[in-house]
Design a protein around this ligand. Structure first.
Ligand code: ACM
Length: 543
C-alpha cells in the first residue's frame, strides 16, 4: 500500500482481495464528515469519472465517512480508522472532521497513483485493497513555511501547495508575507505597502557573489479577498494559515513605502527602495511609538483575515547598529530603563505579545526573540539549530522545531556542483527522514512544549514553481513522515523501507505534476552552473 506518511497500524488481509469502485458506488457522509466527503468526491470523481453519488446506499457498494466518538477517544481528534473489504465497502471513521479528512487522504493513496490525476485515462478498475488502518499524528503542528516575499508566488501556487500539504497530512502553512524584498498583502489603511512595497526594480540572480541580475521588475501581492480565499481553501483542508509579518528587521519593503518607519536620524530612509539583493540588512524599524501604532493597525487588519490562534512576528536577524547610532532609539531605551539594544527588541516584541494576547491570539517568533528576554506567552520557531528551542521549552514556552541544519528545504540536496540552488550545505532525502524534532536534552515534561515541527522554504533563488517543486520534493514527503508518523529514534529508522515506499509515492507526485528532484540527481534542464554562488564546504554543523 506504500502509504506516506506511514500510518500507525495497517493490516492488509490479502493482496488480491479488494473493494472495487463502480458506477453504482455511493459516497456518503454523516454530520461532521460532509466536508471531507465533498473534497474526496471532487478529487475521485475527476480522476475516475465515476459519479460517487451522495445518496444513502441500499447495499454494500458504499464509501462511508463518519465522525466517531470511539476513534476520538482511542486515537484523538486527528486520528482515523479505515476498514475496507469487498463485501462491506469502505468505512472511514475520524475522531473529528479533521480526522475524517486525513483518512480520506489515505483512501486516495490506497486507490493508486492515477487517483491523483485530474481526469480519467480511460476505462479501468479502481480497487481499494482489503485492509484495516488505524492512524493518528505524532505532532499537532505539522508545518510548512513558504516565503512569498523574496519571490512572489501567485495564488495558484499557494493552492497547489495547500493541496500538497493536505496530501501529506501537514496542517500549518506559515505564510512569510513580508521581507526586505517585498510586501505581499494588501493593507487598506496603508496602500503604499503594496503600491510601493510589493515591487522591486530588479533582482539579484543567485547568492551575493553571483554576478547575475534579472533586470526586470519583480513583484505581486495578495488582495484581502485573495487572502480570505486562501485561508478558506486551507480551512477546507484542515490547514491553519499562520501569517508572518517580520519586525523589526527584514522590513525594508515597508520602510521604502513609508520612510518614517525607519531610523530617520541615522539614514535617509526616503532614499531606500525595496531591496534587490539578499542577506541580513541593516535598515530596520525604529522603536518609535508611531511605528508601534502603524504595525498595530496592520496587525488589526490581518487578524480579521487570519482566524488562527498564532500570529508570527518574525524577530530574526535584526542588526542593532542603527539603534546604537540613533539618538531617538537611545533616548527610548533610557526612558524605558533598558540596558541594551537586545532588550529594546525584546520590549518591542513584548509590546506585540501583550497586544495580541489582549485580542485572544498568541505571538510566535524566530528564536532571536529569546535574546533580551522572552515575552510571556510567546512561542518560538527554533531555526538556528535546536538551542533556542531547548532554552524556550525549558523556560516553559511552546516551540516549533525547524532547525536550518535539518529542515531548511532551500539548502541544496547534494554535493553535485550543478544542483540548481547552491545554498549552504547538502541535505538529502535521508537526512530529512532522520530528522528528530525532540532533542534528548529535554525531559518528558519539557518535550511536551515541542508542539510540532516545520520545514521552511526561503525563495531567494526560487523564482518559479518548478524550482519550488524541485526543492520541496521529495524532501517534504520525508518531513511529513517525521511530523506525522510514530518513527523510532533517528538512527533506528528503516531507510530502505522508506525508499521503497517512496518509489510508489513518486508515481503519485508525477500524477500531480510535481517536478521533484529525481532520486538519481537533477535532470539536465534542472542543472545550473556554479555562477549563482558558492555553497558551503564540509558537512553541515549540527547545533
Ligand atoms: C531565518 O531563517 N532567518 C528565520
Amino acid at each position: 500500500m506504500d502509504l506516506i506518511p506511514a500510518p500507525r497500524h495497517q493490516t492488509p488481509y490479502g493482496t488480491d482481495d479488494a473493494f472495487v469502485l463502480g458506477p453504482e458506488t455511493t459516497l456518503t457522509a454523516t454530520p461532521g464528515a460532509e466536508g471531507a466527503a465533498r473534497w474526496l468526491r471532487g478529487v475521485l470523481a475527476a480522476a475516475t469519472g465515476l459519479p460517487l453519488a451522495p445518496v444513502e446506499p441500499s447495499g454494500k457498494d458504499v464509501i462511508r465517512l463518519a465522525v466517531d466518538d470511539a476513534v476520538a477517544r482511542d486515537l484523538g481528534p486527528e486520528g482515523y480508522r479505515i476498514m475496507a473489504a469487498p463485501n462491506s465497502g469502505v468505512h472511514v471513521f475520524g475522531g473529528s472532521p479533521a480526522g475524517v479528512f486525513w483518512g480520506a487522504q489515505t483512501l486516495r493513496q490506497l486507490l493508486g497513483a492515477d487517483a491523483f490525476r485530474r481526469a480519467p485515462l480511460g476505462e479501468r478498475e479502481w480497487r481499494v485493497p482489503t485492509c484495516q488502518i488505524q492512524d493518528a499524528p505524532r505532532f499537532a503542528w505539522r508545518g510548512f513555511m513558504l516565503d512569498v516575499a523574496r519571490h512572489f508566488m501567485p495564488k495558484d501556487v499557494v493552492f497547489k501547495y495547500l493541496d500538497l500539504m493536505a496530501a501529506h497530512k501537514l496542517n500549518v502553512l506559515h505564510f512569510h508575507l513580508t521581507d526586505d524584498q517585498g510586501w505581499r498583502v494588501e493593507i487598506k489603511r496603508y496602500p503604499k505597502l503594496t503600491e510601493v512595497g510589493a515591487w522591486r526594480e530588479r533582482t539579484k540572480v543567485g547568492l551575493r557573489e553571483s554576478p547575475l541580475w534579472d533586470e526586470r521588475p519583480h513583484g505581486g501581492y495578495y488582495t484581502q479577498d485573495d487572502i480570505r480565499e486562501i485561508v478558506a481553501y486551507a480551512a477546507e483542508r484542515h490547514i491553519t494559515v499562520v501569517p508572518e509579518v517580520d519586525i523589526p528587521g527584514h522590513s525594508q519593503a515597508a520602510i521604502a513605502a513609508y520612510p518614517e518607519l525607519g531610523n530617520t536620524d541615522v539614514v535617509d530612509t526616503s532614499a531606500l527602495s525595496v531591496l534587490t539583493t539578499w542577506g541580513v540588512n541593516p535598515n530596520v524599524l525604529s522603536p518609535a511609538e508611531s511605528t508601534l501604532r502603524f504595525y498595530e493597525n496592520v496587525f488589526a487588519e490581518l487578524l480579521e483575515l487570519f482566524p488562527g490562534e498564532f500570529f508570527h512576528v518574525g524577530g530574526d536577524e535584526c542588526p542593532k547598529d542603527q539603534w546604537r547610532a540613533s539618538r531617538s532609539a537611545q533616548e527610548r531605551m533610557q526612558e524605558l530603563g533598558l540596558e541594551d539594544e537586545d532588550e529594546l527588541q525584546s520590549w518591542m516584541i513584548g509590546h506585540f505579545d501583550h497586544w495580541l494576547t489582549e485580542r485572544g491570539r498568541r505571538l510566535i517568533g524566530w528564536d532571536e526573540i529569546l535574546e533580551g528576554g522572552l515575552a510571556e506567552g510567546a512561542a518560538v520557531s527554533s531555526w538556528q539549530g535546536y538551542a533556542g528551542g531547548i532554552a524556550a521549552a525549558k523556560a516553559g514556552h511552546d516551540v516549533v522545531m525547524c532547525p536550518q541544519t535539518h529542515v531548511y528545504l532551500d539548502w541544496r540536496q547534494s554535493e553535485d556542483p550543478e544542483e540548481p540552488v547552491p545554498i549552504a550545505h547538502a541535505r538529502g532525502l535521508e537526512d530529512v527522514f532522520r530528522f528528530e524534532p525532540v532533542p534528548p536534552q529535554l525531559t518528558e515534561e519539557e518535550a511536551a512544549h515541542v508542539i510540532g515541527t516545520q520545514a521552511n522554504i526561503w525563495t531567494e533563488v526560487m523564482d518559479a514553481v518548478r524550482v519550488l517543486d524541485y526543492m520541496a520534493f521529495p524532501r517534504l514527503a520525508a518531513f511529513a513522515e517525521v511530523a506525522w508518523s510514530d518513527l523510532p529514534a533517528a538512527d533506528e529508522r528503516d531507510w530502505p523501507e522508506f525508499e521503497a515506499r517512496m518509489r510508489t509515492h513518486y508515481a503519485r507526485l508525477d500524477a500531480l505534476g510535481v517536478e521533484y528532484r529525481p532520486p538519481g540527481g537533477p535532470l539536465p534542464w534542472q542543472r545550473r552552473p556554479g555562477v549563482l554562488g558558492r555553497p558551503k564546504d564540509g558537512p553541515p554543523p549540527i547545533v
